[in-house]
Design a protein around this ligand. Structure first.
Ligand code: FAD
Length: 391
């Protein structure tokens, strides 16, 4: 029998409607023809391929699940498949896209006024404007819910922001960044649409990352950064509203982990079929097959889990703990899959030209961002025990 290199072993794509399947294949084709040939080069240079933005815009997939404002109102399931297709080839590109379409557009979609949505979302859907999302700070990562030190202060018709943000993806070139800041007056978190030409806004590229090198992460410094009341997200009144955005995007990160794992598994399987030792393809050895099957089992469990997760999301039943469990489980299994995949490449597994080294490195970032394993575990732990381990 011919080998089965397709990592969708239980044929979940077959359950998509013809229309959705066409979108999935359009994204796959884009990733394979436009991204795969340049992925290692840009990763190595730590540059972002700006020329792909208009090409991506043509795919017409930004804000895919949002209703109105130029967005298609399609299912979360389809959006999940798209995140997977992107990460299957390059997790940097899926991260760039997730920040723009999920975190930045999602903040406006969920927390913006009608006017804000009507103005910004169509521009962002067409990728004429690129967004970033600034929550994390140099001293505040996991504890963002209660501990933001960036402040906002009302000053007449404006707000004044002061503080620093760290790790903010896309922010070196984004047109707008959603900045989350605490108002010391009521101690609540508010969100602001901060434009890149604001004189109080400075974004500096973070150098020397060892993962997702194509993604441009920035340290942002806000110095008496004046933002008009018009650009305050009108329906972001507390961290609960921020958390609503994160619940949605965390589900997307779980799908990204599936994509990263799937790409690594498929690369490894192909390699073991081509690479010969002792006169035979290494795929013919029992120990190699055992590793491949372990990887496939993990991958299939991850795929079926996120599939159901998206069904819950599409029914409107997605809870924080559902998204957190999928994020924890899928990123843990992803880490194990890429590790086994690298092992199967032997020495070539640490050479960028064989792709797998990039997957191993990138998996580390996916594992830690959008809530670490510990934080997402504690969210699930709180839900199942009724006891909060957070202070
Ligand atoms: P810390 O919070 O300092 O955690 C360090 C360790 O302590 C972790 O293992 C953590 O789990 C553990 N820990 C902390 N508290 C507890 C506890 N109560 N119990 C048990 N263990 C605990 N942020 C943005 O706002 N926008 C972005 O676009 C963005 N992009 C990112 C891209 C990349 C590549 C990376 C790496 C990060 C990005 N982040 C972004 C930030 C990311 O969300 C944070 O890195 C993440 O939330 C963890 O915060 P931290 O790095 O400060 O780690």
């Amino acid at each position: 029998d011919p080998p089965k290199v397709n990592g969708d072993f239980y044929e979940l794509s077959d359950t998509l409607t013809e229309e959705d399947r066409a979108v999935q294949l359009k994204v796959r084709n884009f990733m394979e023809t436009e991204i795969k040939p340049i992925a290692n080069e840009y990763w190595n240079k730590a540059h972002f391929p700006m020329h792909i933005i208009p090409l991506m815009a043509k795919l017409d997939i930004c804000g895919l699940t949002y209703k109105g404002y130029g967005c298609a109102g399609r299912s979360s399931l389809l959006e999940g498949f798209i995140a997977m297709e992107m990460a299957r080839i390059d997790s940097s590109i899926s991260t760039f896209f997730g920040v723009h379409s999920g975190l930045a557009m999602g903040s406006i979609y969920l927390c913006g006024s009608e006017e804000q949505k009507q103005y910004w979302l169509p521009l962002m859907q067409r990728m004429e404007i690129i967004g970033a999302f600034g929550l994390t700070e140099p001293e505040v990562g996991s504890a963002a819910a209660g501990g933001l030190t960036t402040t906002c202060r009302k000053d007449g018709d404006n707000w004044v922001l002061n503080g620093q943000k760290k790790w903010i993806g896309n922010a070196t070139f984004s047109d707008i960044t959603i900045i989350w800041a605490r108002n010391p007056e009521d101690n609540q978190v508010k969100g602001f649409i901060v434009r890149k030409d604001n004189p109080g806004f400075k974004a500096e590229k973070m150098e020397d990352k060892m993962a997702l090198r194509t993604v441009q992460n920035a340290v942002i410094t806000l110095t008496d950064c004046k933002v008009s009341e018009e650009d305050r997200l009108q329906n972001a009144n507390s961290f609960k509203d921020t958390a609503n955005v994160l619940r949605m995007t965390r589900a997307g990160v779980a799908w990204q982990a599936v994509g990263c794992g799937r790409g690594a598994y498929e690369l490894a399987l192909k390699y073991t079929l081509e690479r010969k030792q002792f006169g035979r393809p290494i795929a013919s050895f029992q120990l190699v097959q055992d590793l491949l099957v372990t990887m496939l089992g993990d991958l299939t469990a991850m795929q079926t889990m996120v599939y159901r997760l998206s069904q819950l999301q599409d029914k409107g039943d997605l809870q924080d703990e559902h998204a957190s469990l999928a994020k924890v489980f899928c990123t843990l299994r992803m880490r194990s899959i890429v590790d086994h995949a690298r092992e199967l490449f032997g020495g070539n597994g640490i050479l960028l030209e064989y792709d797998i080294a990039r997957f191993v490195a990138d998996a580390e970032a996916i594992y830690s961002y959008e809530g670490t394993k510990e934080i997402n575990s504690l969210i699930v732990g709180r839900a199942i025990t009724g006891e909060s381990a957070f202070i």
